[in-house]
Design a protein around this ligand. Structure first.
Ligand code: MSP
Length: 521
């Protein structure tokens, strides 16, 4: 059976992780966990993009080797993913020998089949920024501004990939594979942009300018330049190579390349399918791209240069991974931008999790223990409670549909609705009144059983988003999660059921003093 294959973008290792990186990895993790609950065999790949000029320069500034610098920053990503419970199956670090071997094999093969050629490019070059400039970099006066420092005319030889040879194929492909990109409006953007892209893609840098990269195997004076190295991680770490592993055949094509909107055009939307096409992948073995929006802070771009950085590790330490994961998944509408706010993080946690689900579990278990010593008697549900459970089943059906569609924020919303309905049932059925009336004994059993079953449905729905908290609730309920894969057994408590002891799962969070959170670096 084909695995469900999910990847994330691999993060640059020139700076520590910020909230955008954390969001993307949590998003992919929620989808991976959800698919596992659906019974799929998931292969979840994430990692780090360790080569490139910025790493080389940062390492030089610190007087250490680039590998050491890249490893140090990679370590920060690794420990954050552990803290946030990112359940990846494989780690793609692009300095790994296996990856290098695959990149070099692909380059050799493409050259042999005339997809690569060497040519001289003449242009304006900024000595300070170490890059060629195009007309886009000219100011309104037509000159290159002072930020570029000394600008010289330079001739440089490089290797090029025949991207232009793919333009007709790509246009046709985007026309026929309407679901290549989700959300759909991004595919339309891509179609328009792809039509305007002309020329070939420069895929090398002379070592005199950049040493920190994978050497071009047939021309040792050059290294591969960023995207040709980075994009290949999606196949090299999945088992592709000279002798393609059986593992690769069951994984590829990728079900979701989870990426941010900034790297859709041209990298993932144009270069990547064209590279795969040139390597010989047929159209029906092209991957799918799931494009998310950007997090901002106070309406401004999260960026190291403006100091506008939210440190996810600080937030996880202060508020816990559950609150952070829940907030990021709940507040960002899939595909849209979102603005980060610590107040909203607390609000979502305290209202929906604490006052909502936590309160439901706590009240239900306390009353079940108090009135029934933990074991409600087995009774047929009366019509109103049977209809309450039918509504829960409808919420679960919507949840599955939304989560299958990667609409995580809306999937969570169905859980919130289910919890609100159950809390309203506590208030209207008033078990504390029923407990005082021996004639209402059966009704009390039925109400308590219904509430326990609703709490189990909610905890099951929470599992992919906040696994630790959901498991803890199921432990207190003394029930297994519902299956999201096979039809479930009759909707009642198992024979001999006794619930556990309630303990607060979502302790109320408060805003600490600004300096104590450490979340604005
Ligand atoms: N190394 C490349 C990706 C190569 S993938 C073959 C890269 N790295 S990155 O570190 O700059 O970005 C990694 C991911 O984080 C990208 O998907 C990017 O869109 C995402 N984000 C970076 N800033 C973000 C926000 N402010 N909000 C949400 N996601 C953001 O690009």
């Amino acid at each position: 059976m084909k695995s469900f294959f999910i990847t994330t973008a691999i993060d640059y290792t020139n700076a520590p992780p910020h909230i955008g990186h954390a969001y993307e990895k949590i998003l992919a993790d929620v989808l991976a966990r959800y698919q596992r609950l659906r019974g799929r065999n998931v292969f979840f790949l994430t990692g780090v993009d360790q080569h490139g000029q910025k790493v080389q320069q940062s390492a030089e500034r610190e007087g250490i080797a680039p590998q050491e610098f890249a490893d140090r920053v990679s370590g920060k990503f690794l420990s954050l993913w552990k803290e946030l419970g990112i359940s990846y199956d494989a780690w793609a670090a692009t300095t790994a020998p296996l990856h290098k071997k695959v990149v070099q094999q692909i380059l050799t093969d493409l050259k042999e089949r005339d997809w690569l050629y060497k040519a001289t490019y003449s242009g304006h070059y900024s000595v300070r920024q170490e890059q060629f400039l195009t007309d886009k970099e000219r100011g309104p006066d037509g000159e290159f501004g002072p930020e570029w420092g000394e600008v010289v005319l330079l001739d440089e030889e490089n290797w090029y990939f025949r991207l232009s040879k793919c333009s007709e194929w790509l246009a046709r492909f985007l026309e026929t594979r309407k679901d290549f990109v989700t959300p759909t409006f991004r595919q339309n953007e891509l179609k328009n942009a792809a039509a305007k892209i002309t020329g070939d893609l420069c895929i090398s840098r002379p070592k005199s300018r950049l040493e920190w990269g994978i050497e071009i195997p047939f021309d040792p004076g050059f290294v591969t330049y960023v995207w040709f190295d980075a994009l290949i991680n999606y196949i090299s770490f999945a088992g592709y190579g000279d002798d393609v592993s059986p593992g690769f055949e069951t994984r590829w094509p990728c079900d979701h390349h989870v990426i941010g909107k900034d790297i859709l055009i041209p990298a993932h939307g144009v270069y990547w399918p064209c590279m795969l096409h040139a390597m010989g992948f047929p159209d029906d073995r092209m991957p799918h791209l799931l494009v998310h929006g950007f997090w901002s802070l106070g309406g401004e771009k999260v960026s190291k240069s403006t100091g506008n950085v939210v440190d996810p590790s600080g937030l996880a330490t202060t508020y816990g991974a559950t609150a952070l994961r829940y907030y990021l998944m709940r507040d960002a509408v899939m595909g849209q931008d979102a603005d980060f706010s610590e107040e909203r993080l607390l609000l979502r946690h305290n209202t929906e999790l604490g006052n909502g689900l936590g309160n439901l579990v706590n009240r239900t278990l306390s009353m079940t223990r108090r009135y029934r010593d933990g074991s409600p008697g087995h009774v047929e549900l009366p019509a109103d409670l049977a209809s309450h459970r039918a509504s829960d089943a409808e919420s679960m059906a919507s949840y599955l549909k939304l989560m299958d569609d990667s609409q995580i924020h809306a999937g969570i919303e169905t859980m919130v609705e289910l919890v609100n309905r159950a809390n309203a049932l506590v208030d209207s059925a008033a078990p504390w009144k029923l407990a005082k009336d021996p004639e209402q004994s059966e009704r009390l059993d039925a109400v308590l059983s219904t509430l326990i079953l609703s709490a189990r449905s909610a905890a099951t729905m929470l599992l992919p988003v906040a696994p630790d908290a959901a498991h803890e609730i199921l432990r207190q309920l003394a029930l297994e999660a519902l299956s999201l894969n096979t039809p479930n057994a009759p909707d009642q408590l198992p024979a001999g059921y006794r619930c556990g002891e309630p303990k607060p799962v979502f302790p109320r969070l408060e805003l600490p003093g600004e300096e104590a959170t450490g979340n604005r670096a």
